[in-house]
Every structure is written in structure tokens, then in C-alpha cells.
Design a protein around this ligand. Structure first.
Ligand code: PEP
Ligand code: MN
Length: 657
């Protein structure tokens, strides 16, 4: 049952209510944290609505109609985000778990871990206890394998996932690994589920070979009922009559689960297909269908692998897949998770000082137990909550980085420069409206560095009051680029007057504040939800291929050695000016050409105070901070009057090619 509590209920009254329920033998949960107005109540005895309604402070009682309660969407509306160190699974993030089927040796695990990390995995998988169909197959290195996993974590910083096959191994798992996996064959091993629940470590719960979604969620409920809410569901294919693939990947489970549960969902296309060539297409489809991440088997010598070689990707294949995922994720409103700095979460703190004193939900509390850090870093963005800049900040950084808005682009640079913020997030170009020139000029003026980038898909909606109708709208508030991007819609509605403002969310806010039913704003679904407004018309942008590329700015260059971040797809941004002579720009281009450096963007901006002279901004697919680039830098310097590296960072493609 969900209890809706009366508005403004005091903590004292709430505690009394909770103890009455506890005395009666009911389990009480606060799915939204103690700041929220709901309580979940579960008990073996039948609860009557009359009894619950009779308790002081209870305003309404809503029964949970499904057999599983704690893991149901009815119990908790928001997506659960599982935190493992500073890796997050769920929400807007895409998380990649990768590694061999089994840990075979220290050397094998280390080689593969470094490869998968290089290409973007943030969690390393590898079996130490292998549940094999045949007793004669390799059974895993057991404790030795777990020790190797712990060493992999030590060396690479990747958190490690391994399968538990018996409650007997619980202590070993507690000692060596970060996440435990319950394999398909054990999905209904109830003693093991209860044990995983008691262990409290995050659990990847695989779907049984022939289990329904409901049975799967009931198994998750077993873990949750023991008090462990850190459950990640993993679809890995089910048995069907089709023999061509090892199993049949049930991709429709993703949207079904998204409706039924708040838990994050991973897809394992390796065990689902059993065939290397089929892994990447299914992985791409899984992300397009809304999965929160992938679990993929990778091996540097799959032909020699002791288990599941035929379905293991070569590291390079894995790298190509991850580049595709990087491009697909923003299309569905998500972001491939970044290891955004070398910032590690060593700094564990007592619960009370976390989240600026805000009370924690049970889900958050458990995340902390699995190791998160204090909010000690800050990112600054433009505008208001609910803007695309805000979304970019949330998607790029993990939630232990605090974010806050400022009114102008210059303020972002100023706040990073003077140390009020550690990071700034600035839009640099839009795929339809082009470059945001002011930020190019600010990049030159402020001696800050670009340390990362991401693309956000921009879907514009016409937002107005819940009682407004499209035909009533007389004026629409939006920033000029948004108005430009919705030109076709506005041309088709000539009676609507355009009212340019600073940021999309301020537009929505001003419509809210005016109370005017004839006013509308252009903005994101998130902004509409944030301000309790209605979307009158969805996706009114002219072209759905509408992406904005943001860069992350910091006071220092990204320190790749320190962060252990290996640049698999390096990119550098530079700014330079050339002398006013024939062929001077060509000479710089020649340096790139001779060194096989791909130029992905070239932009010119007028130099202030020097009419008809220009600064060139270039993006190159190369890491210019690498020692091997010294000659290139020298050659550029020789052919330019001014030259500065704005930053060298890791990228995928920028989401639009
Ligand atoms: C595995 O992940 O190596 C494994 C054995 O998976 P499953 O339980 O899905 O077969
Ligand atoms: Mn396997």
C-alpha cells in the first residue's frame, strides 16, 4: 500500500505513524526520501484501508496492484539510479559493463580491463565461479579469480562485477568485489536471492532462461525485501524455438520493464546471441529501445578463451560499438557515461553531511553505503533549471557534482576562473543554427581549457498553461536560436508573435508567472514538468536532427595520466591567427595534412580592434598534448602569429554524423 500523508506533516507525527505501523509488524519504506509525502507499507498480514485511514496524518491509501511491491513503479515513480563509486546506472546515463566471460589469469584480466576502459567501459566483469552446463568445462579460478578482480580495480580504477553462485561465497564477495551478479540459472534460487539482499552490495539480476518478466521482478522483490534496493536488471535472452542464435533477445522487455519498475535495465547481447557478429547490432538496438546500459563480453584472444569465446568481441570491435552508442544515446535523450575527471570517490563521508543536509531516501542511503563522495565539486551552467544546459550538466557529471545556474555566458567563464565553480558547461554549436560565437570569443578571452564535450538532442515543445489551447496562443517566448529552429511551425501559425528571451527555461517561467493563457514558451519536456505546465504541441523543431554540442571548461587541462584516462578518440581544440599573406592558412592546413590529422571543424571570428583580420578555431582528431605531437605543435607555431591549445579531450563523434 502507498500511504499519502497530509501536507506539511511534521517529522514527529510521521515518526509516530511509522512506529504504529512497525508495532503492527508492517515494513515501512520512504521511496522518495523523508522530504516526500508518501510512505510505502508492506506486511504479510492483510492491511485494511480502514485501519490505515484511521491513523493520524494519513490522507489517502493507494493499493499497489502488482505482486511485487518494493520494485514496482507504483511504489516509486522516479527512476532508481544505482551508484557504484562514481559510476551511476540508470536515469539519463548509459553505463557499459565489459570484460571476459571468465577471469582466466592475471595477465588476461589486466589486458582486457585496460582495453575496455580505454573504449569507455566503467565497470569490469569477469566470472570467478562459473555456472557451466558441463561439469567438465572450466569452472573458474574461484578465490584466485576474485583476487585478480580486486587487483584490476586497484590498477585501473574500474569497479568490478562478478557472479555469485552460492551463499557460501558471500564473505569472499564482500571482500573482493563491488557488484555481484546473479546468473540466469540462479534467478529463482531464493536462498541466493535472500543472501544477496542481506549482503547489501549492488546486484545485477539476470533474467532466467525461461522466466517471465513477472517472475523476474518477483526475484528482484526477494532481494529488495531483505533491504537491498541496489538492483540492476539484466536481460540476456530467453529460450525460444529459434536455434540460430544461442537465445532470443527480448528487447520488448525494456519498455515493459520501464513501465513496471523503477529499477535500471541492462542488456547483455553477448549471451543473448552467442555469436560475435550479432552482438553489436543488438547492442545498438537495445540503447535505441531505452536500455540503461550494456553488459558485453570482450576478449583479446577469443579463439583461446576458456569460455564463451565465440560471442566475445575483439577490443577494437568493442571500441567501434561504443562509438556508435555514443552517437545513439543523445537521440534517445541519454548520455554515455563519462569518467569526467580523475576525481575519485575516496572521500566517503558520514550520511548527515551529504546532500546539503537534505534527508536521504532509502535508495540514496544505500548508494552511499556502496561508496559515493561528498558534493565537493561544482558545475555552473547558463539560465535556469530545466534548460538544455542544465540537462547537459546533469548528464555529463555524476550527481555528486553540484550544479547551479548563472545569467550569462560570461558569468560561466568568470565563475570557473575565480574558482566559484570547478567546471563550466557551455553550448558551442547547434547542428541547425550553427556556432554560438559569443562562446568562441570567451574561450579566447579567458585562459580556461576545454576538457570534455557532449551533445544533447534538442526537442522543442510548445509549452503553455494547462487550460490554454493552441488557437488561443498570441505570443511565444523563446531564445532566438530556438525561434529559428522552429521556423516552420511559426510560419504556419502567423498569428503567434515571437518574443525573444535569454534561455528556454526563463521563457517557460515568464509564461508561468504572467498567468496569461494566450502566452506560450518553447522549451523541453523537463522544463514543462518542472513548472507544472502542459505541452500543447510536441517536437516543433523544423528538423529532428537538432543537436547542441556543449564543451566542459576547467582551469586546468585534462590530466590524462592522473585520471588514468586513455584517449581512445582524442580531439583537440585550437585557436590561431595567421599573417595576412597569400597561402598562410594553407600552410597551417598543410601541417595537419602532412601529419594525417583530420580537421573536423574550422571557424573564423573577427579579431577585436583589427578590422578584417581573423582568429581561426579548429577542432582536430588528435591529442596535441601527447608528447608525440611536439613536432606538429612546432610546425603550427612556425606558421602562425598566435596559437593556443584550448584543450585536448576524449570524444566520440559529436552525435550528428
Ligand atoms: C555470464 O554473464 O557470464 C553468464 C553466465 O551469464 P548468464 O547467467 O546470463 O548465462
Ligand atoms: Mn559468458
Amino acid at each position: 500500500m502507498i500511504l499519502v500523508l497530509e501536507k506539511g506533516i511534521t517529522q514527529v507525527k510521521k515518526s509516530q505513524l511509522k512506529s504504529i505501523l512497525a508495532e503492527k509488524g508492517y515494513m515501512v519504506h520512504e521511496p522518495g526520501g523523508s522530504g516526500q509525502n508518501i510512505l510505502g507499507v508492506i506486511g504479510k498480514k492483510n492491511l485494511t484501508k480502514e485501519f490505515l485511514m484511521s491513523i493520524e496524518g494519513v490522507e489517502d491509501v493507494v493499493p499497489i496492484s502488482t505482486a511485487y511491491k518494493l520494485v514496482s513503479r507504483q511504489m516509486k515513480q522516479e527512476d532508481t539510479i544505482i551508484r557504484i563509486g562514481n559510476v551511476e546506472i540508470g536515469g539519463d546515463k548509459i553505463t557499459i559493463v565489459a570484460g571476459p566471460c571468465a577471469v582466466e589469469s592475471r595477465e588476461q584480466a589486466m589486458i582486457i580491463a585496460k582495453e575496455v576502459k580505454k573504449y569507455g567501459a566503467t565497470l569490469f566483469r569477469g566470472g570467478a565461479f562459473k555456472p557451466r552446463s558441463s561439469p567438465y568445462s572450466f569452472q573458474g579460478l574461484e578465490e584466485e579469480g576474485l583476487k585478480i578482480l580486486a587487483e584490476v580495480r586497484e590498477v585501473t580504477g574500474l569497479r568490478v562485477v562478478t557472479e555469485i553462485t552460492s551463499p557460501m561465497h558471500a564473505d569472499l564477495m564482500m571482500k573482493y568485489v563491488d557488484v555481484i551478479q546473479i546468473g540466469a540459472r540462479n534467478m529463482q534460487n531464493f536462498e541466493l536471492l535472500k543472501c544477496a539482499g542481506r549482503m547489501g552490495k549492488p546486484v545485477v539480476l539476470k533474467r532466467g532462461l525461461a522466466s517471465t518478466i513477472e517472475e523476474w521482478l518477483m526475484s528482484a522483490e526477494y532481494i529488495a525485501a531483505e533491504g537491498n534496493r541496489n538492483i540492476i536488471l539484466c536481460e540476456r535472452g530467453i529460450r525460444t524455438f529459434e536455434p540460430y542464435t544461442r537465445n532470443t533477445l527480448d528487447l520488448s522487455a525494456i519498455p515493459v520493464l520501464k513501465q513496471l519498475t523503477h529499477l535500471p535495465v541492462l542488456i547483455d547481447p553477448s549471451h543473448a546471441t552467442g555469436i560475435r557478429e550479432k552482438v553489436s547490432p543488438m547492442a545498438r538496438a537495445a540503447i535505441a529501445a531505452g536500455a540503461d546500459g550494456l553488459m558485453i563480453e570482450v576478449h583479446h584472444k577469443p579463439e583461446e578463451a576458456l569460455s564463451d569465446g565465440p560471442q566475445s568481441l575483439y577490443p577494437k570491435q568493442f571500441g567501434r560499438l561504443i562509438r556508435d552508442i555514443y552517437v545513439i544515446a543523445p537521440v534517445v535523450g541519454k548520455q554515455l557515461i563519462h569518467d569526467y575527471t580523475g576525481y575519485s570517490s575516496e572521500n566517503r563521508d558520514s550520511l548527515s553531511t551529504l546532500f546539503s543536509g537534505r534527508a536521504l531516501s532509502e535508495w540514496e542511503t544505500q548508494g552511499i553505503e556502496s561508496g559515493i563522495s561528498r558534493k565537493e565539486k561544482r558545475v555552473v551552467y547558463l539560465g535556469e533549471q530545466g534548460t538544455f544546459s542544465h540537462k547537459a550538466a546533469i548528464q555529463y557529471f555524476s550527481s555528486d557534482v553540484e550544479n547551479y545556474p548563472v545569467p550569462s555566458f560570461r558569468d560561466i567563464f568568470e565563475h570557473v576562473k575565480n574558482g566559484s565553480a570547478d567546471f563550466g558547461i557551455v553550448p558551442i554549436e547547434n547542428s541547425l543554427a550553427g556556432s554560438i560565437h559569443e562562446n568562441y570569443d570567451l574561450l579566447l578571452e579567458y585562459e580556461l581549457f576545454i576538457t570534455g564535450e557532449l551533445s544533447i538532442r534538442v526537442i522543442h515543445n510548445l509549452i503553455a498553461h494547462k487550460d490554454s489551447k493552441l488557437e488561443d496562443i498570441k505570443q511565444v517566448f523563446a531564445p532566438t536560436p530556438a525561434l529559428q529552429q522552429c521556423k516552420r511551425f511559426l510560419d504556419a501559425n502567423p498569428d503567434i508573435k515571437m518574443m525573444p528571451v535569454n534561455a528556454t527555461a526563463s521563457a517557460v517561467k515568464s509564461v508561468v508567472e504572467s498567468g496569461n493563457l494566450e502566452s506560450a514558451a518553447i522549451g523541453s519536456v523537463e522544463a514543462a514538468q518542472l513548472f507544472g505546465m502542459a505541452v500543447l504541441e510536441e517536437a516543433i523543431e523544423d528538423n529532428p536532427r537538432n543537436f547542441t554540442r556543449f564543451v566542459v571548461i576547467e582551469r586546468q587541462m585534462a590530466n590524462k595520466e592522473e585520471s588514468g584516462k586513455i584517449n581512445s578518440s582524442p580531439k583537440s581544440s585550437i585557436v590561431f591567427s595567421t599573417s595576412n599573406k597569400p597561402g598562410s592558412l594553407f600552410e597551417v592546413m598543410k601541417v595537419f595534412s602532412e601529419n594525417q590529422i583530420n580537421l573536423v571543424k574550422l571557424e573564423s571570428r573577427p579579431i577585436h580592434g583589427k578590422p578584417w583580420q581573423y582568429m581561426f578555431y579548429a577542432d582536430l582528431e588528435s591529442d596535441l598534448t601527447n608528447s608525440s605531437a611536439e613536432n606538429v605543435i612546432k610546425a603550427i607555431e612556425q606558421n602562425t602569429e598566435f596559437f593556443r591549445i584550448l584543450g585536448s579531450y576524449s570524444c566520440g563523434k559529436n552525435g550528428i554524423d
